[in-house]
Every structure is written in C-alpha cells, then in structure tokens.
Write a protein that binds this ligand. Structure first.
Ligand code: ZN
Length: 702
C-alpha cells in the first residue's frame, strides 16, 4: 500500500469545511483515504480519531476526542460522522478493572458534546487512553495474514521492524484499551501497534503522519508476503468447474434452495427470509474447488469484527452440479447441521460465561459451494453484499496465508465474545423490521401507472422489488423514479415478455440470482382494445388474450417451481378488473381475457395452497395514473369513452368519481395498498377478490 496523501487535496478539504477545526477536516480527509482501500477497511470496519482542544459553551478549555461514529463507513465520512466526546472523563475509566456494556454506553452518552452525534466507535477507549493526537486503526488484511501465522509475533517483528509494537489478541473495549496503554508505557516511541487477530493502530501528531505510518506498515506487511510467497503455486484444483459463471438458471436454483433452507421460522408460523448475494467469479469458483475449500469454511473470521456479518464459521456445500433433488437434500442437511452446531456452541459459550445472551438466528451467512463460488445471506440486500465482500476477501487472504505457511484461526471463544458484545450487536437492526422485509416481489407491467403504484407501496412496506415490463423506456422511467425515492438497494428491473413462457422463466432466474428468489408475484401486465364484437378483429383479440390471460398464466406458472424450491410459501396477487363482474360494451377482448385470468388464478389458489402459496385478486376500476406515468389502459380507452359521453379528460375523471358509491378517485397507490395487504399474510385468505373501485354495486364480488 502506498500513501495517497496530497497536500493540495488536504488544503482543499480544510477550505471546504470553514466552520470546523482544520484538524477535524484533515481527520476527515485521511479517514476517507483509509476507507477507500478495501484491503484496509471494509464496510464500517476500522476507525480513526483526533484529539482537539475546544472550549465549552462557557469558554472553559477542554480536550475533545473526535472519534468515528459506530458503523459509519470511513470511505464517505463527513465531519458529523465523528462523535465528539470529552476526553478527561473517558481517561479516568483506565483505573477500572471491568466496565459492563451498559455502564460504558452511559459514560459515552453523558460525555458526548452533542446530543445529535452518533454513538462513538466500539474502540473509543483505546483512542482515549493513548496520548497520540491522531490515531488510525484498520483491519489491514496483510497484517492479519502475518498475525494468523504460527509464531506471528516474530513474523510481525521481522516484517515491520521495532517501531511496531505487538499485542496478542485481546478483547476489544476496556481490556484492549488497558493492554494498549501498558504497551505504550513500555514503548513510548511506538509508531504502530499490531493486535494479533484484530488489526493495526498507527499514531501521529499530525493527520498525515498517522495515515502515512498506516500506509508504510501495511505496505511493509504486503511486501513481506510478496517476498516470501514468490514462486509458490496455489494448490491444484481437483476437477474442472462444473458450472459457468454465466449460468443464471443454475445460480437461481441454488439461491432459491439456500434461502429457503436458511429462512428462520417465526413464532407466528411465518418465515423471516434472507436476501442473497452471489460471487461466481472464476477466482471464487476456483477457490471453491481447492482441497482446502472446506478448511476455508471452518477456520473462522480474519478478525472478530466480521462475525456479525459472516458469523465465524461458514457452510460448505459439496457436489454443486448434481441433480436438483440431491442439491436440495444436500443443502438442507448442511443448514440443519450448521444450526445444530451453532446452537450447541452458543449454549456452551453462554454456560461457561454464565451470561444470558439473546441468541441471533442460527442460520449461516456464507455458503461456499464447490464448483460454484460464494452465496451469502443478509436480512437486506445490502447486508448480503457486505457479507459477500468480506467473504470474498477472506477467501483470498486465506489462500495467501496458506502460500505463506499456515493459517491459524483466532480462538473461537474470542469470536463469540465479539459477536455477542453489546456495542457490536448495536450495529445490527434493532427495531421491528418493516412488514415485508426479507421478501422479493416481482411486478409485471411495472412501466405503467398501476405497476408503479404497486411497486411503490411494496417498497414502502420493506420488500425488495423487481420491476418487469416489455417496454424499456417506461421501465427505465419508473425505475429512475423509484430509485430516487427508495434507493437502489432493494430495487431491480428486468425487461421481459409475459406472452412468452421462456422469457418469464429467464427473467425469474435473473431476478433470483440477484436477490435470492421470489416471494410475491404480481401479474399486472395488461393491454386493452376497444371494439364491438361485430368489429373485433381476431388478431387483435388474440393479442389481448396473449398479454392479459396467457401473461398471467405464464407468470403464475413460472413462479411455482421457485416457491417449491424455497419451501417458504408465498403470495400471488393478480391485478384483475372490475370488468370481470361488471363488463362494459365495446370492451369484449379486455373483459374476456381478464375473466380468463381471473379463473386461472382461482384454480391456482386451489392447487398452490399445499405449498403455502396464497392467490388473491384485486379488482381496480378507473385508475388514470398521473401526468408522469399515465395509465396505458386509459390512453386506449379514454378517447372512446370521452367521445361516447361527450366529456373532456378532466370531465371523464369526474364522471368516474361520481359513479362510485364513495365518490372517490381511485389511485394506483390504492391498488398497491391492497397488494401489500394480501402479501402481508395478515389474514388466512386465498382465492379472494378485493374491489378497489370506490364501490360499484354491479361489481360486488359474488
Ligand atoms: Zn478494530
């Protein structure tokens, strides 16, 4: 690693934040430099601090420790991402022998200088106890590779020299902070402190010095590894990869089965589901076939900080390319065994410590699948990707460790300590998750007004949503609109044609590969054609049938194998029409196709109940959309209706409002709310139709 520090950039940074001390601006600058290097810092790992004198509100001078907020990413940190804490009260804690989590949290909260600032990093005490003005801390991979070797201390000395002090693994929090203070007492000139199985701290009076020491020591460790492993080959793989990186159908089946097997049963009889991320690069596929692959899974995290993301042990799946039933059986067994071992170890660890930790779920977060690469899990798509990033780098580091000599894992009890340490647990989601968290919804015809309304409500309810449409431009428009409102993390888009089964199947495979599978299906794609039976062109009729009836059928049919592999039930909500119960003249093609779709949906309700899949219908009427995304249906139907009733566009909307019992204008969001209701599974309902029409007596379901 080389220093990227630039005087010019540093000056620019100071100028950019005129209201804050220059030291803090420089602290922000070098923190971002560290955060931008994934070999040092991954997803909220690592932390930095600066001690800056700052008077209190009454003008009394005092020293403030500015330390990175817990869980905040260094790569994009801003000044408010640092928590300011009074230094003196924290330093006094060094005389204590122990400090319960709640007491520590209380000390930090009452000594923060702003009620709005984030929780300080979990390593705050070490930063407080040591006197250096700037402290940089990372979990640099090269350092972890060295400390993971047998005889790590000697190797670290040889690679980094005498200016880097060494500490065997020590529990973060008060114990590590006190141990570091002890090392400092014996080595006041130390420029860095390496903590085995954890990472490295570097020190300086200036932001630049601390950063450049990090660059120098990490660079020395990297150079040492390069020198010692030069010319050493990786182990030969046992067989050729049975699957190709590009095989969407294979990876879709794999993720569907994995997320189904890992889903956590809830007390209410439902499931807490995971999203998945796949890493099927040639490098990861190759790694999964190495003789050491199973060892990568059992040898644990590089640093215990990773345990909340990946858990300590991973699941190893052999024989990936076998037929589907054996793959399903194999994965179920792997997950069952994993859960059993996790539960047993958890019980043993809590017993030894006589503590009452609240157990997380027992499901693995990382699967290494021989011949296929990595599949990781998370309760949000982002969590799954974070686990994948960490797992990918861990595999690489373990391969390098093996080339260097031998990888010795950190003692398991240390990792359990860290996984269940209060401040670490706080980084995980604590509030009750949104209604549809963990679920993947596919909405067809998402480029239209009703599709947008449905996708919007599903996203608001916490689901991940894949938008499907055949028209690229409207799909992109809706995607851009929703991405702006909800971000891209839970949003995907896929262009496909519901009139062709293969197209739907392929789209579902691609969506599953990216998000894990499918739980909620909303067949919504529809077209209209206005003509009296006498004038109805057979070809036109067929086109409407193809989209509205065959499209609904294809969407439901392609979902069945997905639901079956996952084994966690699901929900299909078909967007039907008020016309099914109350048809209108000149609307034969539309009404007949919708009536057919209605019937096939009811048949699906009968047939899929065994799988725990509910099939329900919503019957909207007169949803016009807005100027941004108008209803395509009404673009076709509107002119004819206006002509026959002698109305302008506003008059037509008013006409439909006055027509229903409640005198309301029906919106796409209303339809979306109904979809969310059915998808929530809050009532045991299948085969039902819910009108979204303001009340039209002729269309009351019967
Ligand atoms: Zn750390």
């Amino acid at each position: 690693m080389i220093s990227l520090y630039s005087e010019k950039e540093a000056k620019r940074m100071v100028a950019q934040y005129p209201g804050i001390p220059a030291e803090l601006a420089l602290r922000v600058y070098t923190s971002r430099l560290l955060g931008g290097d994934p070999s040092l810092v991954l997803h909220g790992g690592g932390n930095t601090s600066a001690k800056i004198p700052m008077p209190d509100i009454a003008g009394k001078s005092r020293e403030i420790l500015f330390i990175k907020g817990s869980g905040i990413d260094l790569a994009g940190i801003e000044p408010p991402g640092f928590a300011g804490v009074e230094l003196e009260p924290l330093r006094r804690l060094a005389i204590l022998d122990s400090l319960p989590d709640e007491e520590m949290e209380n000390e930090l909260q009452v000594h923060k200088i702003s009620a709005r600032s984030p929780d300080p990093s979990v390593e705050v005490l070490l930063h407080a106890f040591l006197p250096h003005r700037f402290i940089d801390h990372t979990h640099a991979e090269a350092i972890l590779i060295l400390t993971g070797q047998p005889g790590g201390e000697g190797i670290v000395n040889e690679a980094l020299g005498a200016k880097a002090a060494f500490l065997p693994y020590c529990r973060p929090g008060l114990p590590l902070a006190k141990a570091a203070l002890g090392v400092y007492g014996r080595n006041p000139g130390m420029e860095a402190l390496v903590v085995a199985g954890h990472g490295i701290f570097t020190f300086g009076d200036e932001a630049r010095t601390a950063y450049e020491r990090m660059a120098a020591f990490a660079g020395k460790a990297e150079a040492y590894i390069r020198r010692k492993t030069r010319g050493r080959e990786e182990g030969a793989i046992r067989r050729k990869p049975p699957v190709q990186e590009k095989d969407d159908f294979f990876y879709a089946r794999l993720t569907q089965i994995i997320r189904g097997a890992a889903a956590v049963k809830t007390e209410e009889g439902g499931f807490r589901r995971f999203y998945t991320a796949v890493r099927a690069t040639p490098e990861m596929i190759r790694a999964s076939l190495l003789p050491e692959a199973a060892g990568f899974c059992s040898s644990g995290v590089l640093t215990p900080d990773h345990a909340i993301r990946t858990k300590n042990k991973w699941a190893f799946v052999v024989r990936a390319a076998e037929d589907e039933p054996s793959l399903q059986e194999g994965i179920s067994k792997v997950v069952r065994d994993y859960r059993e071992i996790y539960d047993r170890s958890f019980a043993a660890q809590t017993k030894i410590r006589a503590v009452a930790w609240e157990k997380r779920d027992s499901a693995p977060r990382v699967f290494l699948v021989s011949g296929a690469g990595l599949v990781t899990l998370g309760f949000t798509p982002r969590e799954a990707r974070v686990a994948a990033d960490i797992a990918e780098r861990t595999v690489r580091a373990k391969i390098l460790s093996q080339k260097l000599g031998k990888y010795e894992p950190i003692a398991e009890e240390h990792v359990w300590d860290m996984e269940y340490w209060g401040p670490q647990q706080k980084k995980l989601e604590r509030e009750a998750p949104p209604l549809l968290r963990g679920q993947v919804a596919v909405v067809t015809g998402a480029g239209g007004a009703i599709g947008l309304g449905i996708a919007d409500r599903l996203l608001a309810a916490g689901a991940a949503v894949a938008l499907g449409d055949i028209a690229e431009s409207s799909l992109e428009k809706v995607y851009a609109f929703l991405a702006k409102k909800y971000g891209r993390d839970r949003l995907e888009r896929e262009r496909f044609d519901v009139t062709r089964y293969e197209s739907v199947e392929r789209a579902f495979a691609r969506i599953s590969r990216r998000l894990g599978g499918i739980d909620i299906l909303v067949p919504n794609a529809g077209v209209a054609h206005v003509a009296k039976v006498e004038n109805l062109d057979s070809e036109k009729f067929k086109q409407v049938i193809d989209v509205n009836l065959m499209g609904t059928f294809h969407t439901i049919k392609a979902g069945v194998p997905v639901f079956r592999r996952q084994g966690t039930g699901g929900s299909i909500v078909v967007v039907s029409s008020k016309n099914v119960f109350d048809p209108g003249a000149s609307f034969g093609a539309y009404s007949a196709s919708k009536a057919g779709a209605h019937q096939i949906s009811k048949i699906a309700a009968l047939e899929l109940a065994d799988l725990g899949v509910r099939v329900n219908l919503v019957n909207p009427d007169a949803v016009f959309g807005d100027k941004e995304v108008p209803s395509k249906l009404w673009e076709v139907v509107g002119p004819e209706r206006m002509k026959s009733r002698g109305l302008d566009p506003e008059g037509l909307k008013e006409y439909y409002r006055q027509r229903n019992l409640l005198k309301v204008r029906v919106t796409a969001e209303h339809v979306g709310n109904a979809v969310v209701f059915f998808a929530s599974g809050l009532t045991p309902t299948t085969g039902a139709t819910l009108p979204i029409d303001g009340g039209i007596p002729a269309a009351f379901p019967r």
